[in-house]
Design a protein around this ligand. Sequence first.
Ligand SMILES: NC(=O)C1=CN([C@@H]2O[C@H](COP(=O)(O)OP(=O)(O)OC[C@H]3O[C@@H](n4cnc5c(N)ncnc54)[C@H](O)[C@@H]3O)[C@@H](O)[C@H]2O)C=CC1
Ligand SMILES: O=C(O)C(=O)COP(=O)(O)O
Length: 387
Amino acid sequence: MFQYSCLNPIAEIGLRNFSADYEKTDHLEEADAVLVRSAKMHDMELPDKLVAVARAGAGVNNIPLELCAEHGIVVFNTPGANANGVKELVLAGMLLASRDIVGGVEWVKSQEDNPEVGKLAEKQKKKFAGCEISGKKLGIIGLGAIGQLVANAATHLGMDVYGYDPYISVDAAWNLSRTIHHIQDVNDIYSDCDYITIHVPLLESTKGMISRDAISLMKEGVVILNFARDTLVDEAALVEALRSGKVKKYVTDFANPTVAGVPGTLITPHLGASTEEAEDNCAIMAVKEIRDYLENGNIKNSVNYPNCDMGMCSAEGRIAINHRNIVNMISQFTKVIGEAGVNISDMTNKSKANYAYTLIDLESPANEDMVKALEAIDGVLRVRIVK
Ligand SMILES: NC(=O)C1=CN([C@@H]2O[C@H](COP(=O)(O)OP(=O)(O)OC[C@H]3O[C@@H](n4cnc5c(N)ncnc54)[C@H](O)[C@@H]3O)[C@@H](O)[C@H]2O)C=CC1
Ligand SMILES: O=C(O)C(=O)COP(=O)(O)O
């Protein structure tokens, strides 16, 4: 029996994919796996029993990835599962920034008791006039799951699209419309575009990337959209630029005291992934990843350990070892297993940055002595009998 805990509400349709061998617990210390959305895990104590964390979503800045890796806890996310939801809100954001839809709707609401509202509306409407997005230049920073969808959709809406992503995946590049201009210097996006949208993860290297200097390069009246993370933008500089009129609108999904209520902002309360479809997709993918890891030891879509897949185990035993990516590990594992008189029928070793993972199928079941001997090897972070 496995136990799992949800640190945020997770769509029921996903949780239904846990078999009868799984039980939900509200006690973190009992959980083999955790499902999480945006709950902050940095200050949480990581219980010994915990082996997997699945982020039902994309951004993993709320999870201590390195610390989890050190505890032999594999962290997963669900790439692309909520991208369409975000794309649609970005498109809505561009339209809301271009036409005063919010102001117009509010004005009509304020006239609910006015029998002359229809006539007055025709006089008032020029106050809410705007511009079209068709024909405007859109710069997209980050062409991953979300950025590529925004790029293609904006092209279909008649925008002239410029994309910047020095680390773009081959798949994302294949998916991009050929009309999208490939930008190699992000400053070209800053200086040339009417609308700029960012879709990069929050990392040490991306924090504050929309800096005061970046803003100073931008066109007068630029619209900036941020559905990625608030700390990607120097929001103090941004507020000054809004007040001076340099930035026409700041459309963001992240409310905080620096920007809330500032004229020129359009702020949603982190709604990008809050659609039924995105929540379902993320939950289904997260549960699938946890099950494959707990039941078979396979890793797919991890952000702190390498992917590794040996399918279902048909051997007598399978053992999973989370370890550091250093020399001479495998020979030590096989020595321990050989000395226990157990024959290895199959094995895979994968690495990602500082961490590595080894799955070993055995012709006879693993035992606790073997696990103890493997755990004693310097560099081993966790040993788990999968079967
Ligand atoms: N508002 C919301 O509800 C949501 C927000 N997000 C945020 O959006 C971010 C992106 O999500 P996805 O597109 O799904 O992630 P993704 O991982 O598919 O794409 C991120 C892209 O950014 C690129 N990148 C990394 N550093 C870069 C840099 N310095 N300059 C330019 N490109 C860079 C990567 O190469 C990658 O192609 C997430 O990390 C998360 O913070 C994601 C989903 C929902
Ligand atoms: O997937 C992401 O990165 C998101 O920002 C979505 O967050 P949420 O799951 O809505 O709390």
